[in-house]
Design a binder for this molecule. Structure first.
Ligand SMILES: [Zn+2]
Length: 230
């Protein structure tokens, strides 16, 4: 049987995964995320999600960025997407450019190959040194000096190699995101634009709410489109 805590945890996760706006809306004044608040009304028809700067109340920053509703975000998002997809050439061009500048890992891959070779070579040298010493014991101080030198070089190269691999993975995942974005744009051609969470998640990195009542949509291809709140 599920405990209450487990149930709540499940329910919480479920809600978070359902709401695409969590951690995507940013206050243009203090940089904190916007948080959700449900405005209750006796009439469920009027119950709606309202988003506001988290710091405004928690830390009393006095941010003057406005409240926005789910509806505001959805309507302005569609408007921004319309502008974005007016000229497919430009959109796809910015996608390719973003891929080149943000997601191109060829330099890292090149260096990675060099390092892999170096690691293999050092590994061989260490193995040979150990074999040599086993076959015919050398001066142990000399052996230790050589061994420490080689293993120091090995560790250094290994460290660089590991952080390089991380960078490559990061860039590959960025490239995947841009590809998803391109697919999204292609699938929307000649189709009436209707809001969907999937579309929002595929396309938007973040939305900045400004004090002069506009939303700046930062798209995953690097494009930024500002829309005024009604
Ligand atoms: Zn704020």
């Amino acid at each position: 049987m599920q405990t209450e805590v487990e149930y709540r945890k499940l329910r919480g996760n479920h809600y978070n995964s359902l709401n695409p706006f969590c951690f995507k809306i940013v206050c243009g004044e203090c940089g904190d995320h916007y948080g959700k608040k449900v405005w209750h009304s006796t009439d469920p028809k009027y119950r709606k999600n309202v988003w506001h700067c988290n710091s405004k109340y928690l830390r009393e920053t006095g941010c003057s960025t406005p409240f926005i509703t789910d509806e505001d975000i959805k309507i302005l998002f569609i408007r921004a997407v319309r502008k974005l997809s007016v000229d497919d050439g430009t959109v796809l061009e910015t996608c390719m450019l973003a891929k080149e500048t943000l997601a191109d890992a060829s330099a890292e891959e090149e260096r990675g190959k060099e390092l892999a070779d170096k690691l293999e070579m050092l590994n061989l040298m260490i193995t040979n040194l150990i074999k040599e010493n086993a076959a015919e014991p050398m001066d142990q101080a000399e052996y230790n000096r050589k061994y420490n030198l080689l293993s120091g070089q090995y560790e250094e190269a290994q460290f660089e190699y590991n952080s390089l691999c991380e960078k490559i993975l990061e860039k590959r995942s960025k490239a995947d995101k841009i590809d998803a974005f391109i697919e999204q744009i292609k699938s929307m051609q000649n189709m009436p634009l209707v809001y969907s969470d999937k579309m929002f998640i595929n396309m938007v990195d973040e939305v900045v709410v400004t004090a002069d009542e506009s939303l700046i949509f930062k798209f995953k291809n690097g494009a930024e489109i500002e829309e005024l709140l009604d």
